[in-house]
Design a protein around this ligand. Sequence first.
Ligand SMILES: [Zn+2]
Length: 233
Amino acid sequence: MARIYAVLILFMVFLSCTPYSTETPRYELGIPRAKPTIYIKVDKAFSQRQKELIDKAFRDWEKASNYKISFQVTWDQPKPATYWQYKKPDQDSGLFFWYLPKNNTYIPEDLLDLWTGYVGIMVYGQGEYSGNVIIFDTVREEHFYSVALHEIGHLLGLQHISQYSVMHPNAIGHCLNLKDIQQLCKLYDCVPVSQCETPELTAEISSPLSLSEAFPPELLPASPQNLSPVFPP
Ligand SMILES: [Zn+2]
């Protein structure tokens, strides 16, 4: 565990030293996407049920934004490459929604170590049309929809929330609540309305409910030069 934190800390230091390019805007937490229509391809490895839940997650975020954003989804796409070959998303790499088995077919060994326990990750790329949303096959079926909502939230620039919500680090919400949508509407200038029908919990949740399902801050670097500390050549 200490090793993981050491790697993360080194990584953050490295990130903070990376010069920012104004020519190729880099998306990350806290930055709304500039174009209202978001084009994304979805892995054909997802089951029919999973695709329905992903579709519902896209539509719920669209509705939450008062339709200021929309997703144009291309379903049933082959994986663009094994993940380690897809490590340097440039401006034209596209947004791809991956379903990845947690083994070294697609994930290098050191990342398997680093990502132990994670069931979803967002990897930001450069520009509008670059980045990876990943759900691992270790996700529990009953958690799938919340994880899909959570990672799409990151795609839209949303950060983690410590209170009960979909954007809690463990994606413990089952619907987009006021906390989630208030954050969305700060970025996309909409009027926040909760999508949850049942009364919402508002307490701070400081300790994860499940140690086996943590979500990283999804700050894998976008530009080729700062990918190298994480991915092998
Ligand atoms: Zn997260």
